[in-house]
Design a protein around this ligand. Structure first.
Ligand code: SAM
Ligand code: SF4
Ligand code: SF4
Length: 346
């Protein structure tokens, strides 16, 4: 097995899929486990004590992740997000961050539930992490506890966010999943708090990922409704996307620099500009959040594939890609088999 990355063969750096989409973003799940049981992601009834998570030896090692990351960067990836499950439950994650941070020209970020961020932010920053996204669904303890379903308090997540800010893991984004009848009353308190703090709140439409969260269209609060709710109290103005295919619709508070975004994956799907690939914790490559099958990169790695062979395998897969699930989503498609969000990473 060759350690050093070989130069990507011709034609792979600009590889496009069947709809002409490049590969720009890579989300790497480093753990399928999580210390939360968010009702929209890992409901307790399914992810109970007898749930079979991956064995340690099934997880990609940090060295394997590093090799794959370099292959994807050669194919045009500019941004890597570490995710999970909960990425910070993976021991010594900063060692992986250190390896990835050495890859030139890469934006390296992490999505976390924030539960261990106060303790780990400094080491992550020192290892070379650029930024973090922290998930938080409410400022109200009772609502938040009922959503994470393990009784985790808001203050500890806020302390993690403050520490991330202090050590310079910014700009910080806050992901809030909005589920009707559960936390839509939390939109305004969240907007007020993070406007004041200068962090970017991103409200996410509740999605039908996996098949365990019992998703119903009626429980989705639309991005338009979310924007109207915030705008009525704190007037907003639209912002242009940072880059073509950005998932969030961006707004800023009038007269201020602070930004707020909505991710309308249900009501305004953005498959046309989707440049994201995902690698599960056991090394399967998924070209859509709603895919049913992944390409087994771990097997290739462990069978001794060269970097060149890995590059060919991934680019061959990407060329065949024709995913556009969100554009064809309907109440009928919600029951199709899909992988869980906690497995594939958000
Ligand atoms: N555990 C980490 C966290 O919660 O930030 C990272 C993994 S989590 C799967 C990534 C993101 O997916 C989180 O912001 C989470 O809120 C979001 N998410 C999970 N299930 C979702 C759903 N059904 N609809 C919309 N977003 C969802
Ligand atoms: Fe865990 Fe994140 Fe899923 Fe919540 S959203 S259960 S924190 S993986
Ligand atoms: Fe990309 Fe699939 Fe989401 Fe469409 S549904 S934006 S193709 S991940």
């Amino acid at each position: 097995m060759s350690g050093a990355i070989s130069k990507a063969p011709k034609n792979t750096a600009g590889v496009t899929d069947k709809f002409g989409r490049h590969i720009r973003d890579l989300r790497i799940s480093v753990a399928d486990r999580c210390n939360f049981r968010c009702i929209y992601c890992m409901p307790k009834e399914i992810f109970g004590s007898d749930y079979q998570f991956l064995d340690r030896k099934e997880l990609l090692t940090f060295e394997e992740i590093e090799r794959l990351a370099k292959v994807f960067v050669n194919l045009g990836v500019k941004k890597i997000r570490l995710t999970g499950g909960e990425p910070l439950v993976r021991r010594n994650l900063e060692r992986l961050v250190e390896k990835l941070a050495q890859i030139e020209g890469l934006d390296l970020t992490l999505t976390t539930n924030g539960s261990q961020l106060a303790r780990k932010a400094e080491a992550l920053k020192e290892a070379g992490l650029d930024r973090v996204t922290v998930s938080l669904d409410s400022m109200d303890n009772e609502v938040f506890k009922s959503m994470n379903d393990v009784g985790f308090p808001v203050e500890k997540v806020l302390a993690g966010i403050d520490e991330a800010d202090r050590v310079g893991l910014n700009p910080i984004k806050i992901n809030m999943v909005v589920k009707r009848g559960v936390n839509e009353q939390s939109i305004l308190p969240m907007a007020r708090y993070f406007k004041e703090k200068g962090h970017i709140l991103r409200c996410i439409e509740y999605m039908d990922v996996g098949h365990s969260n019992g998703w119903k269209l009626e429980e989705v609060v639309s991005a338009d409704e979310i924007v109207e709710t915030i705008n009525a109290e704190m007037p907003l103005e639209p912002m242009p996307p940072n880059y073509p295919g950005e998932v969030a619709n961006r707004w800023k508070y009038k007269g201020e620099d602070t930004e707020v975004g909505v991710i309308a994956s249900v009501t305004k799907p953005f498959c046309g500009g989707c440049t994201r690939a995902r690698i599960s914790a056991e090394g399967k490559l998924f070209t859509c959040l709603f895919a049913t099958k992944g390409q087994d990169l771990r097997q290739l790695l462990r069978e001794g594939a060269t970097d060149d062979e890995l590059t060919q395998a991934v680019s061959g897969n990407w060329r065949q890609r024709d995913d556009r699930y969100s554009e064809i989503r309907s109440s009928e498609t919600k029951d199709l088999p899909k992988v869980e969000m906690s497995y594939i990473g958000g």
